[in-house]
Ligand binder design. Sequence first.
Ligand SMILES: [Zn+2]
Length: 348
Amino acid sequence: MTDPEPPASRRALRTAGVGAPSSRRRARRAARRRRALVLGGAAALVLWGVIALTSALLGAAGEQDAVDAQSARSAAPVPWATALPVPTMVGTATAAPSADAQPSAEPTEGICADAAVAAALAAGDDVAVIAAAGGAPAFREAVARGAAPCIDLADPGRIWVVVNKLRAYAVPDYAPSSLVAAGSVPGGNQAILRADAAAALQSMSDAARIAGAEFGVQSGYRSFGMQQSIYNAHVEQRGVAATELVSARPGYSEHQSGLAIDVVPCGNGCGGLDDLAGTAADQWIRAHAWEHGWIVRYEDGYTPITGYAYEPWHLRYVGVDLARAYHDGGFHSLEEFFELAPAPDYAD
Ligand SMILES: [Zn+2]
């Protein structure tokens, strides 16, 4: 928005005669003289002289004020040019914002005041939301410090959803709107996933196979009902306490989001979940899964935070941007990443 000329300084400039052609001023002065003569009083002429003199004196003072105001404006820094961080220019050679460029939001308003963030959220484009927020580290930081109320970590349709023993699905039998086959990875014909997670699994699987660290997928999306069956089977086998370290209650499993997989090592055929630790696939996953948007969700030594025993096979898709920020930031749980309360156990 253009800064409007303050009314006071416009008045001052008018009083000082700035902008009025001298011929018009002379004509008006002559007209006033004629009117004064018509009135026929010397007193009127004297009065006019006093008024004219006062007006000139006031005008001079006003003009000085206007000049001061103008020089103050030009000397003062343009607020957004210094207060905002230098934006990252993508796909343009422009080095500096143009003179009439306007900020999309004041820094104090946070990422949720940004029109591009709002538009990407409305469009359901999570990747664009993170980009518009200034990238994954900025996104994470804003969410973690509670400065991004438009980002809902409980929304299971978003790649940033956090599900744990204290964060159940608000709709217990939630299911993703669209699920696809896990792709041409070993076991892929038996698992379904959200489309973005399936594409990322394919790229990760291809890279691992090329590196001689092939793995397959044993489990992807699980419905509330499927999770209930699995949980119940575990309870029958080992009791509640041991089950809850290895299997989520229905309505609390990451698998229900369509964003989680369990993987097994493959070579000459594929092994089971318990065969993964220590294999080439395991080592490759820990080093490279993040490059494809996946994190090892339940790391060794983080049971007091995640609530689950070490599961090298359980991978969670968060997208390439968040996974890179997670890796580069040295995080070991989504709870730490978003500075959420540890979830070692259920509330009841
Ligand atoms: Zn799992």
